[in-house]
Design a protein around this ligand. Sequence first.
Ligand code: FO1
Length: 317
Amino acid sequence: MQDTSDSLVTVLAGGVGAARMLAGIVQVVPPANVTAIVNVGDDLELHGLRISPDLDTITYTLAGEINPDTGWGLKGESWQAMDSVRRYGGISWFGLGDRDLGTHLYRTQRFAEGATLTEITAEITDAWDLALRLLPVTDGRLRTMVTLAEGDDAGREVGFQEYFVQRQHGVPVSSVRFDGAEATAPGPDVIAALADADRVVLAPSNPIVSIDPVLAVPGVREALTARRADTVAVSPIVAGSALKGPADRLLTELGHDATVVGVARLYAPLADALVIDHADADLAGAVAAEGIRPIVAESIMKTPALAAALARTVLAG
Ligand code: FO1
């Protein structure tokens, strides 16, 4: 097998699944060789604060400080600030722990001083002693918007977190839109990180609401497509279900197959290979028929050792 221990690796990333994948990758290549291009479509402004959930989930996971019970937020949180907000009848459906709040206070202040999200993210990751590079896909404003399909709210478009957290992603969806995307540009170094990588990875993130907003930034899809021969995707769907979140339902509601074959169809133009779990080994032929090479492996990162093993598989391609 070729030596991949010094490869430059660039990962297209959403939240929890990508964070675990990155935690595996930094065990098998030097963290300084790793760049994550991160979704910002989930970002929101609340209480006057700038909140970037996917950037923070990756930062806290790689720092070893993520709350293991939720997969977001920090370990050892207290919730006194939210208790006060609740007392006043303020917005309390999006839980911001006291420790986590410090990150949003800092980010908001730095924005007010004129810093970009790329600069602020580097300051935050440096402060957590992370050697890998996190690049928000854009410094522009891109917001994932979701149109609800049922009930009193049918036809209503809401922000991603209102769908995901406030409605607990329990409402059917008729469409997803990336507001502002066409007016954005890739962040500094995003296109170079795709061009310079030895291996590009599509993390096991939600294809519709985590990877698609990254691709909606003008120029990113083209830069990724140019690296198709060196790109490996990891399926976020195992045995017809998402490991976390609504990826399976969203795929079905938006007319895709919620199987590894549906994922293969979406990713065949972008990646040479798709890692599918042993549970889907019987679908390997159908994946190949979509024009993407199946790699059957243990893909559920239940432990750091399994995440490292998956990283080795992805790097070997
Ligand atoms: N997810 C929840 O299900 N409920 C919450 O109250 C919540 C708060 C929250 C605060 C900060 C943060 O960085 C993430 C937070 N998340 C919460 C997770 C987040 O909404 C989603 O996991 C991602 O946006 C999807 O990748």
